[in-house]
Write a protein that binds this ligand. Structure first.
Ligand SMILES: Cc1ncc(C[n+]2csc(CCO)c2C)c(N)n1
Length: 216
């Protein structure tokens, strides 16, 4: 294997990875042409995703092999429960999403598939497995948001969803997460590395399905 473990995982997950990072859903966010109906269905489903994602961060915190790693993960948990959560609440108010649809919507197939993968990692994933799924979710979002134009759309629904994933603190968290998976990945045997690759490919496919579910 030449290059880093995460770069190997990513390159072996093409063409899906690039399809996520350059998805037309993100282009519509950038130019402000995203219809409210699509943003609404996406955010309602994504709120269900973020809930399970927070549980997965908890699993990473529990399974980390060193105190500095636990501290870094704890810091990211604060972000999901503060900035990100207020965005969802303000967006739901703006889009007039009723309380029941915020908390218990009918879940789309793409949402269920992702939640099942995260729940599975939560109960039986190793630290490397959990990191792999986290890396896909965070790195792919950091990558599409890095493509944003300098002039952001006027509507906060669009601009804040971009800046949540395109700021110095988030970039640093994603950098740490990839470096952490590189560190842990180097200690794995071939069978465990292959398992991480299967998980990376599956999670990348689920990211693509998730955007497609609210686009095509
Ligand atoms: C389908 C889907 N995949 C990834 C993310 C990205 N994401 C999920 S929680 C979180 C905050 C963690 O720091 C981020 C960036 C998303 N929102 N929806």
């Amino acid at each position: 294997m030449t290059g880093s473990f995460t770069e190997w995982l990513r390159s072996r997950s093409e063409p899906d990875w690039t399809a996520v990072v350059h998805h037309p859903f993100t282009d519509a966010l950038f130019d402000g042409s995203m219809p409210n109906s699509r943003m609404r269905s996406y955010l309602v489903q994504d709120y269900q995703f973020v809930d399970q994602f927070l549980a997965l961060l908890g699993a990473a915190l529990a399974r980390a092999d060193a105190y500095p790693s636990r501290l870094a993960i704890a810091g990211s948990i604060t972000v999901v429960t503060s900035d990100e959560n207020t965005y969802f609440q303000r967006a739901f108010d703006e889009l007039e999403v009723p309380a029941a649809e915020r908390s218990v919507p009918e879940r789309h197939e793409a949402t269920e598939a992702f939640r099942e993968l995260m729940a599975d990692m939560n109960t039986r994933g190793s630290y490397a497995d959990v990191l792999t799924v986290l890396v896909v979710a965070e790195w792919s979002y950091q990558q599409w948001a890095a493509r944003a134009p300098e002039r952001l759309p006027y509507n906060f629904l669009h601009s804040e969803w971009i800046t949540l994933h395109n700021n110095a603190a988030f970039n640093e968290w994603v950098r740490w997460l990839c470096a952490e998976l590189d560190r842990v990945g180097a200690t794995l045997d071939e069978r465990e590395q292959a398992r991480c690759l299967r998980l990376f490919q599956l999670a990348t496919r689920y990211e693509l399905d998730f955007f497609n579910a609210h686009w095509s």
